[in-house]
Design a protein around this ligand. Structure first.
Ligand SMILES: Cc1cc2nc3c(=O)[nH]c(=O)nc-3n(C[C@H](O)[C@H](O)[C@H](O)COP(=O)(O)OP(=O)(O)OC[C@H]3O[C@@H](n4cnc5c(N)ncnc54)[C@H](O)[C@@H]3O)c2cc1C
Length: 277
């Protein structure tokens, strides 16, 4: 049971959603955007969130877009992870998404919720961080499209009331060689001990992004550069691993040392798999 009363809003456009948010916030209603609702409902039940209004974003057509246009592949923030996996246009995104939560929960969790929510793993962000992705948001100042990497550094920088509308990547990215691996503590379905996503860029450069190593997703240009040096996959993985963050998460899922060990092996696996293609 959710022990608070709240009003429910379901706007058809992003601008209407943002105006509704501002109006409710100005009236002291503490509104939240509601996508899959998995986090909002859980946090409300636990008494960690008390909102006076929820603004359901799933009727906004642009937030449900999916397809190619103008040389880019566009994906709406209100699409569920299950829809993205079923679509399958971007194998890297599908592989990362299919390891987030369980089948039933994935049909509720949205891309936008994973990126903008408070649970910090944000695994679905990894492919977009590696690709030359754009992100479109709508806020008080209107629409804004920016490079995803300029607005995401482990968390998405959103102003209060700013709505995450859609993301896009160049069409060519969808076919670039990629690799993803997730290690969990015990069960196949769990938060990550370590998740790695890797993408071979158009210029032959390999980039890697992580979830689970730190409280929020992380990546390192120095680590990426070390992957391209001479030597066997295992040698390069060891060299690159020196550029992992000096302090890693240490929690119920695993120790910092174990994470470092797993991450180093994952780098070697990623190099071997990508170079065997
Ligand atoms: C059982 C379970 C297992 C999970 N496992 C994993 C995992 O393995 N890896 C992982 O990375 N995550 C995992 N998560 C976290 C999950 O991805 C996030 O909780 C995510 O927020 C849920 O998405 P949602 O669409 O249900 O969000 P909601 O509950 O609808 O919203 C969550 C937050 O995001 C905000 N929000 C949602 N959409 C937008 C938008 N378009 N613009 C701006 N703000 C928005 C909401 O206002 C709210 O603050 C798990 C969650 C659950 C419930």
């Amino acid at each position: 049971m959710i022990p608070v009363d709240f009003s429910y809003w379901r706007p058809d456009t992003a601008e209407e959603a943002v105006a509704t948010y501002q109006q409710l916030a100005d009236g002291g209603q503490h509104p939240v955007y509601y996508a899959g609702g998995t986090e909002i409902v859980t946090r409300s039940r636990l008494g960690q969130l008390s909102c006076g209004a929820v603004i359901d974003v799933k009727a906004i057509g642009e937030a449900r877009c999916l397809g190619r246009d103008g040389g880019r592949w566009h994906v709406g923030a209100a699409l569920s992870l299950a829809e993205l996996i079923h679509d399958g246009s971007w194998p890297l995104l599908a592989r990362v998404a299919e390891r987030i939560a369980d089948h039933t929960t994935r049909s509720h969790i949205t891309l936008g919720g994973n990126l903008a929510g408070t649970i910090a793993y944000r695994e679905a962000a990894l492919p977009f961080w590696l690709a030359d992705a754009d992100v479109t948001t709508v806020g008080r100042g209107g629409r804004r499209t920016a490079r995803f990497a300029d607005r995401f550094d482990g968390a998405l920088a959103l102003e209060p009331g700013e709505l995450l509308l859609a993301l896009s990547v160049p069409e060519g990215v969808l076919q670039q060689p990629s690799y993803a691996q997730k290690a969990t503590r015990l069960d196949y379905v769990d938060y990550p001990l370590v998740t790695l996503a890797a993408l071979h860029g158009a210029e032959g450069r390999l980039s890697v992004a992580w979830s689970g190593l730190k409280p929020a997703p992380t990546r390192s240009a120095e680590l990426d550069a070390a992957l391209m040096g001479p030597g066997s996959a295992a040698d390069r993985a060891r060299r690159a691993a020196r550029h992992l963050p000096p302090t890693l998460a240490q929690d119920l899922h695993g120790t910092a040392d174990y994470r470092r060990f797993v991450a180093t092996n994952m780098l070697a696996d990623a190099l071997s798999a990508l170079e065997a293609r």
